[in-house]
Design a protein around this ligand. Structure first.
Ligand SMILES: [Zn+2]
Length: 283
C-alpha cells in the first residue's frame, strides 16, 4: 500500500510517528498551516511557523523517507483575531515557494464576518497563484457551514474542481459532491469519522475525488488512520486499485493541480538543515 496523507500536522508529532508511518507505506504528506491550540499574539509568530513548514519540517520528514509539502494560510480561527489578520497581506511572498502545493487550511470555524473575509481573500490568493485550496469545514452545524462554504467558493475566482472540502461526513458529502469539489474525510480514533463509516461512504459514493486523511495533530489522533482505512476497504471487498486511488492517486492528482508537487526522492538522510541534524548528540 502506498499512501499520501493529504492533511496531517507533523510539527505536532514525534519521530516515532514518522518511523511508523514510513514503515506502513506513508511516502508523502501535506501539512496545512493551522493554529497552535492557543492564540498567536502577532503576525511574526505565523512567519516563523511558515518558515518551519518550508524548512525544518520537510528536512525532518526526509530523514524518514517521507516527502513533505505544505499548504499555507491564515487559519479560520485566527482570522477572527485583529492581531493576526495582517498575515493576509504577507501571504503572497510565501505562496510562491516551491513546496507550497495549496492554500490552506482556510474555511469557517464560527462563521463570522471576519472569517467570510479571510475565506474569500484566500480563495482569490489561490486563484492568483495557480494553487488549489484546502478548505476546512466547521465541526459544529456542519451542513449549514458546508452550504455557506460552497456559496463562497461559487462566488470566487477559483474553480470548484480546484477546491478540497475537508472534514466531511455523512451529512455533508452529498452537497460537497454536487458542488463539484474534491471530498476530504478525516478519520479519527474516537470522534467524527471512523474507518467503518468511511468504507460505507466509499461504498455509497464511490472513490472518485475522495481523499482520506488522519488530520493528526497535538490532540488525540492517529497518523496511521489512512493505513487503517485502506485495510478496512480491502476487508470490505474494495480492490487494491481502489485503495491506491483513494490513498495515493487522488491526493497526487489534487495537489498536482498547482504544478509544484515533487515526489522525487526526499533529501538524503543524514544531511544537515542549516547546521542542525534531527539526530542529537553529535551524530
Ligand atoms: Zn488540520
Amino acid at each position: 500500500m502506498r499512501i499520501f496523507d493529504p492533511h496531517i500536522h507533523m510539527t505536532s508529532r514525534t519521530t516515532d510517528d514518522y518511523e511508523a508511518m514510513r514503515a506502513a507505506g506513508v511516502l508523502a504528506v501535506v501539512e496545512p498551516a493551522f493554529w497552535l491550540g492557543q492564540p498567536r499574539t502577532s503576525p511574526a509568530s505565523f512567519y516563523d511557523y511558515f518558515d518551519a513548514l518550508l524548512g525544518w519540517e520537510p528536512f525532518r520528514a526526509a530523514q524518514f523517507g517521507v516527502a513533505h509539502h505544505c499548504a499555507l494560510a491564515l487559519n479560520p480561527k485566527e482570522a477572527n483575531d485583529p492581531r493576526c489578520t495582517e498575515v493576509l497581506e504577507e501571504l503572497p511572498r510565501y505562496l510562491v515557494k516551491d513546496s507550497v502545493v495549496a492554500v490552506g487550511e482556510i474555511g469557517y470555524d464560527s462563521m463570522t464576518p471576519a472569517e467570510d473575509h479571510a475565506l474569500a481573500a484566500q480563495l482569490q490568493l489561490a486563484a492568483d497563484h495557480g494553487l488549489p485550496a484546502l478548505v476546512h469545514t466547521p465541526h459544529r452545524d456542519k451542513l449549514t457551514g458546508l452550504r455557506r462554504t460552497v456559496d463562497v467558493v461559487r462566488e470566487s475566482a477559483l474553480d470548484p474542481e480546484r477546491v478540497l472540502l475537508d472534514h466531511l461526513n455523512e451529512t455533508t458529502v452529498e452537497a460537497a459532491k454536487d458542488a463539484g469539489c474534491w471530498l476530504g474525510f478525516s478519520v479519527y480514533p474516537d470522534t467524527k469519522m471512523d474507518e467503518q463509516r468511511m468504507v460505507a461512504i466509499l461504498a455509497e459514493y464511490g472513490p472518485e475525488r475522495v481523499l482520506v486523511n488522519s488530520a493528526a495533530d497535538w490532540g488525540r489522533s492517529d497518523p496511521l488512520k489512512t493505513v487503517r482505512t485502506g485495510e478496512a476497504m480491502l476487508r470490505a471487498g474494495f480492490s487494491d486499485d481502489d485503495v491506491d486511488r483513494v490513498l495515493w492517486r487522488n491526493p497526487v492528482e489534487f495537489y498536482g493541480l498547482g504544478g509544484r508537487l515533487d515526489l522525487g526522492p526526499a533529501a538524503a538522510a543524514g544531511a544537515l538543515h542549516e547546521g542542525n541534524s534531527v539526530l542529537r548528540g553529535g551524530e
